[in-house]
Ligand binder design. Structure first.
Ligand code: AMP
Length: 403
């Protein structure tokens, strides 16, 4: 055995996909990354980037029957680069687990009891937790001796006060069915709020930050002195902002109306709100690049979808400003937040009275680095802070197993 193994394999197992990265925590280097998609279909695909050797991407398209076969294929790719899962330099495997309920407030070494608890939460995360469990079991079978760590999407939000975490419904019903606001994208909100403090030259405990994670899924959070006090996603990742294919907030009576008057089943309503709503429901596209292109051509539907997206975003900035009282920074992150300057500009437009403004020149700069885009005179910093959920999962995993 190597004295101090420093490598961490990060696994993000979805229902039909596995994303992975191998990092060396001695220096934070990314050694390999890749994705297996369409598991269980005829057209499965594995894309592997051997980052350590600097070689080109390797792709294979061949049926991959299940998660076990997928992980075996990943292990073979890593082994071909001399980074096999049997390496004594591997310290742990860190798993992204979507739902940790109220119990898991921190990364946790996976035991049988922990797995049983993740299983108990399946009713509130029916799409995600079963896939995460499969990923964990498969990885355990490959390396039974290695610590496996669960890093929960919900953990960062467990500091929310009850006033923010509870829905105003009958308490007994809520408790019987685990109905409360859990929030998601927690590793991103944790990472970005910390990096934003760093950008300001402060400790996280000294600043209040509004984090806007705008990817295909999107969520906002209010982070007070390093602790989350509110977030826009709730029982599931459907609540809150307008997303690529999800509606975000709506009157709950819309569901009753669809059921009673449109004759839709629960599965149909589920698909409508999660897959056929948001930007794609409004204008037929969920990619902000395509929406901007259509707006430039004068497309009114694309413009309205953009306006609805930004209106919701602005409401959350205002709401979290009020929740926090004072705000040191608003940080944009994820695919849209990091790349779509028009979204950032429009979300902050007209908020000068709150001390918020964007400098057009700085906002137009394209960069992969954390940066300020507010004018120097602004009371509140507006920042673009690229997220790195894999690095955060690897860091939390390594900190736990090397402690
Ligand atoms: P994520 O879920 O963080 O990977 O974000 C994916 C989304 O980011 C895509 O659906 C796009 O809408 C958006 N996106 C990525 N690159 C750009 C870009 N250059 N300009 C605008 N939006 C972008």
């Amino acid at each position: 055995m190597t004295a101090n193994p420093t490598r961490v394999l990060v696994l993000n197992s979805g229902s039909s996909s596995v994303k992975y990265q191998l990092l060396d925590m001695a220096d934070g280097a990314r050694l390999a990354a890749g994705l297996v998609e369409r598991i269980g279909e005829e057209t499965s695909r594995l894309v592997h980037s051997p980052l350590a050797t600097g070689g080109g991407k390797r792709e294979q398209e061949a049926p991959i029957a299940d998660h076990e076969a997928a992980l075996q294929a990943v292990a073979a790719e890593l082994a071909a680069d001399g980074l096999g899962l049997d390496s004594p330099e591997l310290a742990a495997i860190g798993h992204r687990v979507v739902h940790g309920g109220q119990k898991f407030t921190a990364p946790t070494v996976i035991t049988d009891e922990v797995l049983a608890e993740i299983e108990r939460l399946v009713p509130v995360a029916p799409l995600h937790n079963p896939a995460n469990i499969t990923g964990i079991r498969t990885a355990q079978a490959l390396r039974p001796d290695l610590p496996q760590v669960a890093v929960f999407d919900t953990a960062f939000h467990t500091t929310m006060p009850e006033s923010a975490a509870r829905y105003a419904i009958d308490t007994a019903t809520a408790d019987a069915h685990m109905i409360r606001r859990y929030g998601f994208h927690g590793t991103s909100h944790a990472y970005v709020s910390r990096e934003t403090a760093k950008l300001l030259g402060k400790d996280p405990s000294e600043v209040n930050v509004i984090v806007l994670h705008l990817g295909n899924g999107a969520s906002a959070s209010a982070v007070e002195r390093g602790r989350c006090v509110d977030t826009s996603m709730g029982l599931t990742p459907l609540e809150g902002l307008v997303m690529g294919t999800r509606s975000g907030d709506l009157d709950p009576a819309v569901l009753l109306h669809l059921s009673r008057n449109a004759g839709m089943s629960t599965d149909e309503i589920d698909a409508l709100l999660n897959k056929k709503s948001g930007l794609i429901g409004l204008c037929g596209d969920n990619d902000m690049r395509e929406i901007r292109r259509r707006i430039d051509e004068g497309d009114a539907r694309a413009q309205l979808a953009f306006d609805i997206y930004v209106h919701r975003l602005k409401k959350y900035i205002g709401a979290y400003y009020a929740v926090l009282g004072t705000v040191d920074a608003v940080a944009f992150t994820a695919g849209v937040g990091e790349n779509a300057a028009p979204v950032r500009e429009a979300a902050v437009a007209g908020l000068e009275a709150l001390g918020l403004a964007v400098d057009a020149g700085l906002n137009a700069v394209r960069s992969g680095e954390p940066r300020l885009i507010s004018p120097e005179s602004a009371r509140v910093a507006v920042a673009v802070v690229p997220t790195d959920e894999e690095l955060e999962i690897a860091t939390q995993t390594y900190d736990l197993v090397s402690a």
